[in-house]
Design a protein around this ligand. Structure first.
Ligand code: ADP
Length: 241
C-alpha cells in the first residue's frame, strides 16, 4: 500500500513540530525516518498511524483519506518505543490482543486466533515462550513479541518507533538483520524511526532525513551516505572514518 503525506503541519502550543511535511512511501518499501532527537520523527509516524491529529494537511493510504475513514486503523500495525507489552497478559494473549478487539463482523473464532498466533510466534521464532509473561523475557524477545503483536491483524503497513533503541548493541545488530529478512518475506510497506544513522543506512531501502520538523533529504542509503544534505549525516561520516 502506498502512503502519501501532504503539507502536514503539527504544532504543540506555539512550537511547530512538523512544518509542511510532504512524503510518499511506495508499496513494499522499508523506509527509515532518520534525524536528531526532537526533529519530529515520532510525531510524523503517529500522524500516519492515526494516533495523532495534524493541524493541517492530508494523509492518504492507497489514495483514501487515512484519517477520515479509519483506513489507518484497519491497515496499520504499530510497534511502540519500549515494546509497550501488556504486563498482565502472557505472550499468547499479547499477540492475540489485536485480533480480540477487532469489530465483531470480522473477528476471528477462537480456533482461528490460536492458529494465527501460533503462526506469528513461529515467524518470530518464539513459539516456546507462549505462556511466559513479559517480565520473564529478554529485551530482544520482548521486541519480537511486540512485532508479532503488530502483525496479528495482517497489516499492510507496519510502523515502528525506535524499535531497537532500548536494546544492547549485539541484540540490536541481530534484530536489524532479522527485520530486513522479515520485510523481504512479508513485503509489507514499512517505516521505522531511528536516530541511529548506521541503523538507517544498514536496514532501509530509502532514508528520509529530518531536522527541525522538516524533511532535509530523501534518498537511497548510498545517496544519503555519499551526498549527505544534512549536517546530522555529515557528522556521522566524519565519525565513521
Ligand atoms: P523525535 O521523534 O524526532 O525525537 P518528536 O516527534 O517526538 O521528535 O517531537 C518533536 C518535537 O515536538 C519535540 O520538541 C517534542 O518535545 C515536541 N512534542 C512531541 N509531542 C509533544 C506533545 N504531546 N506535547 C508537547 N510537545 C510535544
Amino acid at each position: 500500500m502506498t502512503i502519501e503525506v501532504r503539507n502536514i503541519v503539527k504544532e504543540f502550543g506555539s512550537f511547530r513540530a512538523l512544518d509542511n511535511v510532504d512524503l510518499r512511501v511506495e508499496t513494499g518499501e522499508l523506509m527509515a525516518l532518520l534525524g536528531p532527537s526532537g526533529s519530529g520523527k515520532t510525531t510524523l509516524l503517529r500522524i500516519i498511524a492515526g494516533l495523532e491529529w495534524p493541524d493541517s494537511g492530508v494523509v492518504t493510504i492507497d489514495g483514501e483519506d487515512a484519517l477520515a475513514h479509519g483506513a489507518a486503523e484497519r491497515h496499520v500495525g504499530f510497534v511502540f518505543q519500549h515494546y509497550a507489552l501488556f504486563r498482565h497478559m502472557n505472550v499468547f494473549e499479547n499477540v492475540a490482543f489485536g485480533l480480540r478487539v477487532q469489530p465483531r463482523k470480522i473477528r476471528k473464532s477462537e480456533a482461528e486466533i490460536k492458529k494465527r498466533v501460533g503462526d506469528l510466534l513461529d515467524l518470530v521464532q518464539l513459539g516456546w515462550l507462549a505462556d511466559r509473561y513479559p517480565n520473564q523475557l529478554s529485551g530482544g524477545q520482548r521486541q519480537r513479541i511486540a512485532l508479532a503483536r503488530a502483525l496479528a491483524i495482517e497489516p499492510r503497513i507496519l510502523l515502528l518507533d525506535e524499535p531497537f533503541g532500548a536494546l544492547d548493541a549485539k541484540v540490536r545488530k541481530e534484530l536489524r538483520a532479522w527485520l530486513r529478512n522479515l520485510h523481504e518475506e512479508i513485503h509489507v510497506t514499512s517505516i521505522f524511526v531511528t536516530h541511529d544513522q548506521e541503523e538507517a543506512l544498514e536496514v532501509a531501502n530509502r532514508v528520509v532525513v529530518m531536522d527541525k520538523g522538516r524533511i532535509e533529504q530523501i534518498g537511497s542509503p548510498g545517496d544519503v551516505y555519499e551526498r549527505p544534505a544534512s549536517a546530522f549525516v555529515h557528522g556521522f561520516i566524519g565519525e565513521s572514518i
